[in-house]
Design a protein around this ligand. Structure first.
Ligand SMILES: NC(=O)c1ccc[n+]([C@@H]2O[C@H](COP(=O)([O-])OP(=O)(O)OC[C@H]3O[C@@H](n4cnc5c(N)ncnc54)[C@H](OP(=O)(O)O)[C@@H]3O)[C@@H](O)[C@H]2O)c1
Length: 220
């Protein structure tokens, strides 16, 4: 039985991952800012007060983990504030950078000593953070923060290779959640299933790569 941590577990893709992992018998620590009824209904361990932009939130999560070993850390919490060049608001861009780019680093660093050889870190970035895959433009704040999140994943993979900890950037697909105002091609349960499958099967040999939840690699 593996121990998974999922951030941003209150709703959307994170909540679905928590549901599916709990249902198959894994141990899950669901980290969220505020617990929701849907999350409480899953019946797993919940740590609230985990704002990924705050050191206190990250420390709260680390304290809850205690001396347990984390098998898979999923940095899922994310923020999208749509913009284009004329509507771009720099404070909003910074807010997205705090959550999407620095959040995964802050959380990973806070629990790093609870990861060991064989542990995995998944960062749910986005295909729109890919430099090589950008053909449509727009969403400056979100895209730039997710590109930085991709760099964090790659950088972490290099630094943590010697410790045998594998790191991946993952794109969930275009998913009908609050983030997309329920537009998309798939529901959160499908995205969650794909992400869990990827994290189950990817290993050290693929550390430092970027994957679509459907199972094919993406360009950085
Ligand atoms: N949906 C898509 O099509 C899509 C596509 C590509 C990538 N993604 C990525 O997938 C991940 C999950 O997205 P989603 O679609 O499930 O979005 P969502 O329904 O909007 O959920 C976002 C989650 O992130 C949490 N969160 C936001 N800011 C946070 C903060 N400062 N600290 C802690 N948690 C915070 C939210 O918590 P609260 O309830 O407290 O706000 C919520 O649990 C995100 O990283 C997103 O960028 C989604």
């Amino acid at each position: 039985m593996a121990l998974w941590i999922i951030t941003g577990a209150s709703r959307g893709i994170g909540l679905e991952m928590v549901r599916q992992l709990t249902a198959r018998g894994d141990d899950v620590i669901a980290a969220c800012r505020t617990r929701t009824e849907d999350l409480a209904a899953v019946g797993c361990e919940i740590v609230d007060g985990v704002d990924v932009t705050s050191d206190e939130g990250a420390a709260r999560l680390a304290q809850a983990v205690g001396d347990r070993t984390i098998d898979v850390l999923v940095n899922n919490a994310g923020l999208l504030i749509s913009d284009n060049l004329s509507s771009l608001d720099f404070d909003n861009a910074l807010a997205q950078y705090q959550v999407n780019a620095l959040g995964p680093l802050r959380i990973t660093r806070a629990v790093l000593d609870r990861l060991q050889e064989g542990s995995k870190i998944g960062i749910i970035t986005s295909r729109v953070g890919s430099l090589g895959d950008n053909s449509t433009g727009g969403n400056y704040g979100y895209r730039m923060s997710k590109a930085a999140a991709n760099m964090a994943a790659l950088n972490l993979s290099i630094e943590l290779r010697a410790r045998g900890i594998a790191v991946f950037a993952l794109h969930p697909g275009y998913v009908r959640t609050e983030m997309t105002r329920h537009h998309g091609n798939i529901d959160p349960d499908v995205a969650a299933r794909g992400l869990i499958m990827r994290l189950d099967e990817l290993g050290m040999d693929q550390s430092g790569t970027f994957w679509h939840a459907e199972g094919y690699p993406l360009p950085w």
